[in-house]
Each structure stands twice: as structure tokens, then as C-alpha cells.
Design a binder for this molecule. Structure first.
Ligand SMILES: [Zn+2]
Length: 329
């Protein structure tokens, strides 16, 4: 059951073969997850805390398959039983997925209320009920309070998997009732090996893409498969051009209107971050650090509010960006 912003319950498909096995860098967690299932010590709520692009969502699906499969083999879901197939079809009655209707927006209290009602009402298939809340940090205060009750009085055989990219934003009352599992960014070797398998037949420089994606393998995969890389390179070229006064902030702000705002702010952040790291030995301009702070604020603002005038936001940021380099010319 998928519970999105408008409380509609729709069907979806969760690509079976991509999620039966956990990603290679989640192996350690996977082992302990299986051990805890076997010894019946699985906590009621697990918070997967990771940067976006590390694969917390993918891991949550693998966990759901593992728990809902009726024919688990060597700690991995079979992919063929009715549990696996109904989960893949998006129709498993004991799987609940809650997400904002639109990326970057909030999870609302009505969604959590509906979730709590549905979990209690659902006729179980005799096994686990699995709830995924993604991302948990997008629950507004009322939604978090509504969830708190079910964390305090857990339903039997129900596991809540909360995904968080910004743990500090999740209320302490929620955090303290979850077992927190922090998933780290995999080593470059592991990530590029995995990406090579995914990028077969494509003309890409894996190491370069991985670097642009700040080492985040799923983000790098997005770049390889979609037009994200091209868009991002265009934006970086525009930032470069403004540094050398070859483009004006106002025109660039206009040109940037075609990119999704939350992607754009991430691309700029990562570009500025790399610039600072690259200049660390030569003492980077302090204005760059102030600009980085401003970007982080702008990002939080974009994620938390609706109806932002992005044209104005980009203009303001780009004017400041160009000014940083004016004095150096
Ligand atoms: Zn199965």
C-alpha cells in the first residue's frame, strides 16, 4: 500500500531483481539484520540514516523482501513466492510505504493517521508487516506526533523502517525510539566496481562520474543512466563562466529555471565544495565559505517551503557568486 500526499492508495511496482540482494556495501548491516531475525531480536523501528545516493531506500526494499518472502534461502528472499511477487506488484497487503506526494515536500499527518489505521486493520498473511517511511525527516510536527503513538505502543510483528537523509531534523522523540543504523558512503573501489557492472556498454568514465557525484554510487548511476550528468555539467560551465565574467548572473538565473530547484542547489553546493577543497592548500577566499553557508541555508529553505520565487533566489545567489571573483580579476 502506497500512501502519498493526497492519501490515495495506488499500486506500484518494486523491481524485484534490483532489490532481492542488498547493495554490496550494505553487507555488514545485512548480516546483522539476518542474525537479528534469526534470533528474534529485531527492533520495532529501525532508522536508516544515510546521505541520499548511498542506497538506504534500496536497502529498505531488500529488508521488506527478506521479511515478506515465505521461502527465504540463505538469508535472501526467493523472488518467486507469492510474498515476493505481490510485493513486486505493489499489492502486498502487509507492506506500507509512506512518502511525500512530491519530492522535497512534507509527509502530512493525514498520511500517518491513515497508515496507523491501515496497519491495525490489515489482515495479516501470518508474517511480518513492514512499514517504510521515506524520508522520515520530511514528516511535519503533527505527522511525527501521530507516529509517536505507534512507536510507543508497537503492533506485534510490525517493523517500521524509517529512512533519513538529515537525522538532525527528525524529532528527538522519534529518534530515541528507533534503532539508528548509519550507512556510510562506500569506498571508491567498491562503488566503481558496482557502477562498472551497471554501466556495461556505455561510454563513461566511471571514476570521473563518481567524483562529480561526491562518491555517492546511486547518484552516479542516475548520472550515467539519465541526463543528470549533462545538466550538471552545463550548470558547472555557467558557474565557471560567471567566475570569469563571461556570463551575467541575471541571464544565468533565467537559464537555470529549467532545472529542478533541489537538484540545482545540490549541484552548486557540490561545485563550491569541490572548489574549496581544491584550493585548501592556497588558503581559499573566506567569501567562499560564507557563500557555502548561504547555499546550505537556501537548500533548507527550498526543501521546507512551497512557492519560492526561484528566479529571485538564483539571481541573488549568482550576483554574490560573481562578486566573490570580481576582486580577484
Ligand atoms: Zn519469496
Amino acid at each position: 500500500m502506497i500512501i502519498t500526499g493526497n492519501v490515495s492508495v495506488s499500486e506500484t511496482t518494486i523491481n524485484l531483481k534490483d532489490y532481492l540482494l542488498p547493495l554490496p556495501w550494505h553487507g555488514e548491516f545485512w548480516q546483522s539484520f539476518n542474525d537479528r531475525i534469526d534470533s528474534q531480536r529485531l527492533p520495532h523501528a529501525i532508522m536508516l540514516n544515510a546521505l541520499e545516493g548511498v542506497g538506504a531506500e534500496s536497502l529498505a526494499y531488500s529488508m521488506a523482501y527478506r521479511l515478506l518472502c515465505t521461502n527465504v534461502q540463505s538469508g535472501v528472499a526467493c523472488g518467486r513466492c507469492s510474498g515476493c511477487l505481490t510485493l513486486a506488484a505493489g499489492t502486498h497487503p502487509d507492506f506500507f510505504y509512506v512518502a511525500p506526494e512530491e519530492k522535497g515536500k512534507q509527509i502530512l499527518v493525514k498520511q500517518i493517521r491513515k497508515l496507523c489505521e491501515s496497519v491495525v486493520k490489515t489482515s495479516q498473511q501470518g508474517g511480518w508487516k513492514v512499514v517504510v517511511i521515506n524520508p522520515a525527516d520530511s514528516m511535519n510536527r503533527n505527522a511525527a506526533n501521530a507516529l509517536l503513538k505507534s512507536l510507543e505502543e508497537p503492533e506485534a510483528n510490525t517493523i517500521l523502517i524509517l529512512i533519513s537523509n538529515r537525522l538532525s531534523v527528525v524529532p528527538t522523540t522519534i529518534r530515541s525510539r528507533c534503532q539508528i543504523e548509519s550507512l556510510s558512503v562506500p569506498s571508491k573501489e567498491i562503488a566503481s566496481q558496482w557502477l562498472s557492472g551497471k554501466a556495461e556498454g556505455k561510454q563513461v568514465n566511471i571514476d570521473e562520474v563518481l567524483e562529480i557525484a561526491n562518491g555517492l554510487p546511486l547518484l552516479a548511476l542516475d548520472y550515467i543512466q539519465g541526463d543528470g550528468l549533462e545538466n550538471r555539467q552545463q550548470v558547472e560551465a555557467l558557474l565557471d563562466a560567471m567566475r570569469h565574467a563571461n556570463e551575467t548572473p541575471l541571464l544565468v538565473a533565467q537559464a537555470c529555471q529549467k532545472y529542478p530547484p533541489d537538484d540545482l542547489i545540490d549541484w552548486i553546493l557540490s561545485y563550491v565544495h569541490r572548489l574549496i577543497v581544491g584550493e585548501l592548500q592556497n588558503k581559499p577566499n573566506p567569501a567562499l565559505f560564507l557563500f557555502l553557508d548561504k547555499l546550505i541555508q537556501a537548500r533548507a529553505w527550498l526543501l521546507s517551503s512551497a512557492n519560492i520565487n526561484t528566479q529571485l533566489l538564483w539571481e541573488e545567489l549568482f550576483i554574490e557568486w560573481a562578486q566573490i571573483f570580481q576582486s580577484q580579476r
